[in-house]
Design a protein around this ligand. Structure first.
Ligand code: FE2
Ligand code: FE2
Length: 470
C-alpha cells in the first residue's frame, strides 16, 4: 500500500486501476488541470529544470526523491497515508463507532463543503504566487517557490480525488469549478478572502508561507481527525508536504531579519533602507497584516457550523488524542465580546467555540516562529523584539471585526485606529519600498541584498548549487 505506482498515467497508491470509471473520470480531468497549470502556474519557467522532490512512498521517513525536472512534468498524483487498522471516530456524537469508508448520507453536504473550501485554497495560492519567479532573491528561493507550487497543485489533486470518488456528479462539478475560479478575480474569485490577496513581493510570499500555510496546517490537522477515513488519510499525507512550506516562510523571514541585523550593526546611525535592507518596523507591520488576515481564516468565534462539524465527527480539534475528553458536551469556553467601550465575557458551549480552539492552537504555533526571529535578533546583540499581534487585531471576520483593536488586543475607537494605522499595518510607502527591492538574482551562489543566504541548502546541496537551470 505504501509504494506509489509511477507507471500509471496518474501516479497513486489507491489502486486506481481497479476502478475504471473513476480512473477515466480523473484522466479526463488531468488535461484540464494541466491547462490550468499552464495558464495560472508559475509564469515563464515551464521549460526550466528545477530540483524538485517527489513523493515515492507515504511512510514517515524516506518518502521523497530529489531530481531535476520541468514543472509540467511533475508527477502529480493521489497519495493517501496508510490506513490504520480498526480506526474509530475519535470525537463527537459518533465517538467510538467504526470510521466511515463512505460518506454518510446525512453529512454529505457538510463534508463536500469542507472539502471544497480546503481544496479551493490550493490552486488559489499557486495563482497568487505566479509572478514571483521573475524577482526571486536567489536560485535557492526560486526552487523553494516552485516546490511549494507543485505541492499545492498536488493538494488540489488530493481533494479532487475525494470529490470524484465519493461525491458523484456534484463532486465532479465541484472539481471543474476548482479550475475555473481565479484568485482576485472580481466575478469569479476564490472562496476565502486571504486567498484573493495578491502576493506581489517575496516578503509577502514568506509571510504567506509562514502564516497562511500554517492556517492550512491546522485545518488539515482538524480534518485529519475526521470520521470520514479517506479524508483523514488524505490530510495526513498532505501535512507531511505542508511542513516544508512553513519552513520556507519561517526561515525566509528569519533570513530577512538576519540581513537587517547585519545592516543595523554596520550602519548603526542610519536608516536600514538607505542600505537596501528592510527595517524591523516594516517587518513588524507585515507580520501584523499577514497574521491578522490569516487569523480570519478560522472563521467566527462562535459558530453553529463548527459545532455541527464536531458533533458529526467531521472536523475535530488538532491532535484530538491529546484531549482527555472527546464529546465536548459539558465544557464551555469564555469568549470576550466587544461592546461600545469595553469587553464583556460570553460563556459559550465548547462545541460552538471549536473555531476559537483551533485558532488558539494556531496562534501558539505562530508564536514559536516569532520567538525564532527574536533569537536571530538577540544573537546579533540587538534589542528589537517582534510581537505577534493579538488575535483581535485587524479582523474582518467574527466578533472582533465590528470594532477596532490595537496590536495588544485593547479596544480603541475609530480615531485612534486612523491615527495609528500606518504604524501598525504596511502603508503604501512601505509596499512601494519593499517592491523597489524586488529584482531577480538568478545567478548561482548569489543572493539579493535584503536577505541573508540560508544556513543550509536543499537535500545536502550547497547554497551555490544550480537549483534551477536557467
Ligand atoms: Fe496545500
Ligand atoms: Fe502549503
Amino acid at each position: 500500500m505504501s509504494s506509489i505506482d509511477y507507471s500509471e498515467k496518474i501516479p497513486n497508491n489507491v489502486d486506481l486501476a481497479s476502478d475504471r470509471r473513476l480512473q477515466r473520470a480523473l484522466e479526463a480531468w488531468q488535461p484540464r488541470y494541466l491547462e490550468w497549470w499552464h495558464e495560472m502556474g508559475p509564469a515563464d519557467f515551464e521549460t526550466k529544470e528545477v530540483l524538485l522532490r517527489t513523493a515515492i512512498g507515504v511512510d514517515k521517513d524516506g518518502w521523497a526523491h530529489f531530481g531535476h525536472l520541468k514543472m509540467p512534468d511533475y508527477r502529480w498524483g493521489i497519495f493517501l497515508a496508510e490506513p490504520q487498522a480498526d480506526r474509530r471516530v475519535g470525537f463527537g456524537d459518533h465517538l467510538g463507532e467504526p470510521a466511515w469508508q463512505q460518506v454518510p448520507g446525512e453529512f454529505r453536504n457538510d463534508l463536500r463543503r469542507l472539502i471544497v473550501t480546503q481544496a479551493d485554497t490550493e490552486p488559489a495560492s499557486v495563482e497568487q504566487q505566479r509572478l514571483l519567479g521573475a524577482t526571486a532573491p536567489s536560485l535557492y528561493d526560486l526552487r523553494n517557490l516552485f516546490q511549494v507550487n507543485v505541492e499545492e497543485g498536488r493538494h488540489l489533486w488530493a481533494m479532487v480525488y475525494l470529490l470524484h470518488t465519493y461525491f458523484g456528479k456534484d463532486g465532479r462539478a465541484e472539481a471543474e469549478e476548482l479550475l475555473e475560479r481565479r484568485s482576485g478575480n472580481a466575478d469569479h474569485p476564490r472562496i476565502l478572502t486571504t486567498f484573493n490577496e495578491p502576493i506581489r513581493t517575496w516578503l509577502d510570499f514568506f509571510m504567506f508561507t509562514m502564516f497562511t500555510d500554517r492556517d492550512g496546517k491546522f485545518q488539515l490537522l482538524a480534518l485529519a481527525e475526521s470520521g470520514f477515513d479517506p479524508l483523514a488519510r488524505t490530510c495526513r499525507f498532505m501535512l507531511t508536504e505542508e511542513a516544508h512550506h512553513m519552513f520556507v516562510g519561517q526561515t525566509g523571514i528569519g533570513r530577512v531579519v538576519q540581513r537587517t541585523c547585519e545592516v543595523v550593526k554596520e550602519h548603526p546611525d542610519s536608516d536600514p533602507r538607505e542600505h537596501g535592507a528592510i527595517d524591523f518596523e516594516t517587518l513588524q507591520r507585515y507580520v501584523n497584516f499577514w497574521a491578522s488576515s490569516s487569523n480570519d481564516l478560522f472563521g467566527n468565534e462562535v459558530s453553529s457550523n463548527a459545532a455541527n462539524f464536531f458533533a458529526g465527527g467531521l472536523k475535530g480539534r488538532a491532535n484530538e488524542e491529546r484531549y482527555a475528553e472527546h464529546l465536548a458536551l459539558e465544557a464551555v469556553m469564555e469568549i470576550p465580546r466587544p461592546g461600545t467601550d469595553s469587553l464583556s465575557v460570553d460563556t459559550v458551549p465548547l462545541r460552538n467555540a471549536m473555531n476559537e480552539v483551533l485558532r488558539d492552537e494556531y496562534v501558539a504555533d505562530n508564536q514559536k516562529g516569532v520567538d525564532y526571529w527574536n533569537r536571530v535578533v538577540a544573537k546579533e546583540g540587538l534589542d528589537f523584539r517582534f510581537e505577534l499581534p493579538h488575535k483581535r487585531f485587524n479582523r474582518t471576520i467574527g466578533l472582533y471585526s465590528e470594532r477596532r483593536f490595537d496590536p495588544q488586543g485593547g479596544l480603541i475607537d475609530a480615531a485612534a485606529w486612523q491615527a495609528q494605522r500606518d504604524a501598525w499595518l504596511p502603508s503604501k510607502a512601505d509596499a512601494a519600498y519593499v517592491s523597489s527591492l524586488m529584482a531577480p538574482v538568478h545567478e548561482r551562489g548569489k543572493v539579493a541584498g535584503w536577505i541573508a543566504p540560508p544556513a543550509k541548502g536543499i537535500n545536502g546541496k550547497p547554497f551555490d548549487y544550480d537549483y534551477v537551470r536557467l
